[in-house]
Design a protein around this ligand. Structure first.
Ligand SMILES: [Zn+2]
Length: 85
């Protein structure tokens, strides 16, 4: 049997814990979207590491985890200082 999930809002059946995790998930998704948009603005082209400008995977923004962490750390520091670049 196919359950008709789209015919009505299923969230009303959720308990407080479920609602919390749902909100958490939505928050996470929003954060990820914001992160992607920020990444779009803050750097350039996929395939070139945003941190060290080295060539990396065509779909990647950074050549490795260290560069990502380093760059994001700098980004957030600049953001805290009220600058965008
Ligand atoms: Zn790099």
């Amino acid at each position: 049997m196919i359950r008709q999930l789209q015919s009505h809002d299923t969230t009303e059946r959720l308990g407080p814990d479920d609602m919390a995790s749902l909100r958490e998930q939505q928050h996470l998704e929003a954060a990820l979207i914001g992160q992607a948009a920020r990444a779009e603005r803050s750097r350039g082209v996929p395939g070139v590491c945003s941190n060290c400008s080295d060539t990396c995977h065509p779909c990647a923004v950074y050549c490795d985890e260290d560069c990502r962490t380093d760059h994001e750390h700098r980004e957030s520091t600049l953001a805290r200082q009220g600058r965008s670049r």
